[in-house]
Design a protein around this ligand. Sequence first.
Ligand code: NAD
Ligand code: LMR
Length: 329
Amino acid sequence: MTRTPVNVTVTGAAGQIGYALLFRIASGQLLGADVPVKLRLLEITPALKAAEGTAMELDDCAFPLLQGIDISDDPNVAFDGANVALLVGARPRTKGMERGDLLQANGGIFKPQGKAINDHAADDIKVLVVGNPANTNALIAQAAAPDVPAERFTAMTRLDHNRALTQLAKKTGTSVADIKRLTIWGNHSATQYPDIFHATVAGKNAAEVVNDEKWLAEDFIPTVAKRGAAIIEARGASSAASAANAAIDHVHTWVNGTAEGDWTSMGIPSDGSYGVPEGLISSFPVTTKNGSYEIVQGLDVNEFSRARIDASVKELEEEREAVRALGLV
Ligand code: NAD
Ligand code: LMR
């Protein structure tokens, strides 16, 4: 049986994450080795030629699953019929730019893209926002798409999740495959809270295995939360291959489900769980099944965790206030 191709729209396709992402999507790693895909690349006009170059290389890979590539600088065209949208292109902060300027510039990108998704995407559209500030950009896009169920707009904290897995595996002398139920709470920013209190390492409670609150507070949490800045410092450019890898993981898990007994972290619109104000796009522990996700309920949140979740959620509330003041949500 020939399957209908899935339309995957990628914005910022000519950027560094785009270059690390597109080949993996086309090879079947996003949706599955038996799922044909059509790529829709959205770029700004000056970057269209570079996107064409990437499309030429995609052609030259002769991926059996890749059934077409369209390139456009018009969101209404790029999101037409989209089943999956990866919003990677964003306005980076440049010298002298204030936080409000950055939010306004990104509003100019994510508001029209949200509207184009609202008007043109397929009914089953799933959106992942990667471009920073990812949680608030997702909120802006979602607010501009009132006809799309709000839960289809998600923000990427899977890179933070993966970073935390590796740090914990190194500390405990185990493999990332031995670790389950780790959680990133809050914002994809330095205030995020990587939580190991419910995680297990080879079946044992991770916090008990580690048994070192100083390491947790002074090493693990800051290392994970500031990893993005450390990569920029080391590479002279922000994370690209690891960010693309996390985007693949995020969508693959959303579509194909979490493993029994495990969960993942996704930035999703809050339903008020764990005291996170409704509507904020915040990272939670989630399980996924049949293309839907649910927040893991009933976890005990200790004082150590509560203070850190609250601090990150406060930052998200401030970002929401700032974009409200700009009329973006
Ligand atoms: P990049 O500058 O290499 O590429 C961005 C691309 O987006 C450029 O090609 C640019 O032309 C394009 N673009 C800009 N405005 C656009 C628009 N309106 N429509 C379509 N395309 C547009 O940046 P990158 O390294 O690929 O990173 C992209 C974003 O991802 C940045 O905001 C970065 O901070 C963010 N990021 C997020 C995470 C995460 O974990 N959530 C991790 C790494 C990077
Ligand atoms: C990351 O976590 O690597 C990025 O979000 C950092 C950045 O500012 O682009």
